[in-house]
Design a binder for this molecule. Sequence first.
Ligand code: ATP
Length: 361
Amino acid sequence: DIPLPTTSEILTIINNFIDDMDIVVDQEVIDEIALSFKGLNEFQIKQILNLAYQDGGCIDADDKLLILKEKEQFIKKSGMLEIVNFSETIDDIGGLENLKEWLVRKEKVFANLDKAIKFGVDVPKGIMIIGMPGCGKSLTAKATATLFEIPLVRLDVGRLLGKYVGESEENMRKALKLAEEISPCVLWIDEIEKAFSGVGGDGGGNDVTTRLFGQFLTWMQEKENTVFIVATANDISRIPPEFLRKGRFDELFFVDLPNGEERRKILDIHLKKRGKWNRDIDSIKLIKETVGFNGADLEAVVKDSIEKAFIEGKDCITTEELLQSVKDTKSISSTLKDKISQIKDTVNKIDIKLASTPDLR
Ligand code: ATP
C-alpha cells in the first residue's frame, strides 16, 4: 500500500499550485476542496487542479464536481467497490418526510464538512433503513448521495468472498480502506440481512461471514472518517442485534407501506416524470383503491396506464384508466402478505423511528 497524501499534505499541494499560478483562492474553498481530494494521489490532485484552472482560470467551490468525476474513475479501476450511477434526487421520493428532513439536516454538515468538524460537530456515521420491499429504500440511498454531492459506492459482501483462508477478510479490509480513502462518500450496503446471513451459525461458510461481520462492526464502531453508511434491509429478524445497538448508526428508520397522502405523492411524481400529470386526475378515488400498494406497485400502475393510452392512441391519462390498471395490478400486500406481517412484528420490537409523518387528511 502506497500511503496517499493526508489532508495537510493535500493543503500543501493546493497552496503550492496556487502560488505557482499566482491566483487568489478563498481559504474556505481551499479547505473544502482539500477534503474532496482525499483518496487521490499527488499526481492525480495536480492533474485535476490543472484541469480546474484551465476550465475557468480559477479554483472555486464548483470544482468539487470535477473531483467527484475523477474519483469515480479511480474506484472503477479498483474493482473492490461498485460505483453507482443514477440521477435520483430527494424530490423523486414521495412521502418519507421524517427521513428526508433528517437527511436535509445532515446535508448541512456534509456541505460544510471542514467548517463543521472545526466547530466540533460529530461527522454523521450513517443510517439503517429497514422496511417493506419496493417502498423507496434504494431510492433514498441514491437521493442521499445526490443531496450530499458525494459519490455513491456499493459494498457487495458476496463479491468479497474468496477461496483461500483469510482472503475474504483481506478483501473486506481493502474495500473499507478504499471507502475511507475516497471519502467523503456514501457507502451503500443493500439487503444487509443477506450480506451477513449465517452470522453465528455453524460451518465453514458461516465462520467467514461471522468474521467479516465482526470486522465490519469494529470498523463502524471506531470509524472517524467521512464515510456515510446507508444500510438497507427488509427482514431484520435475521440481522444480528449488535448491529442495531445505539452508537453504530446515527438513526434507524422504518419505511412502512405508503399512507394515503404518500400514495398520492408517489403517483404524482411518476405521472409528472412522464409528463402525464393533469389536474383532472381524481387522487381521492385512487388513494381509496390503492390501500396496500407499495411505491413500486404505484409506479407500475402509472407505467401500465401510459402504455395503454399510447397503444389506444390517446394523448392524456384519465382516472378511469389508472383505476383499471390498479385493478389489474396485484399489490405487494396480496402477494407477500406473510412477509409483510413478519416485518411489522419484528420492527415493533425495536427502537426505531418512522420514516413517514402521519397522514393527517
Ligand atoms: P427492495 O426492498 O425490494 O430493494 P426498495 O425499498 O429498495 O425495495 P426501491 O428500489 O427504492 O425499493 O423502489 C422501487 C421503485 O419503486 C423505485 O425505482 C421507485 O420508482 C418506486 N418507488 C418506491 N417507493 C417510492 C417512493 N416513496 N416515491 C417514489 N417512488 C417510489
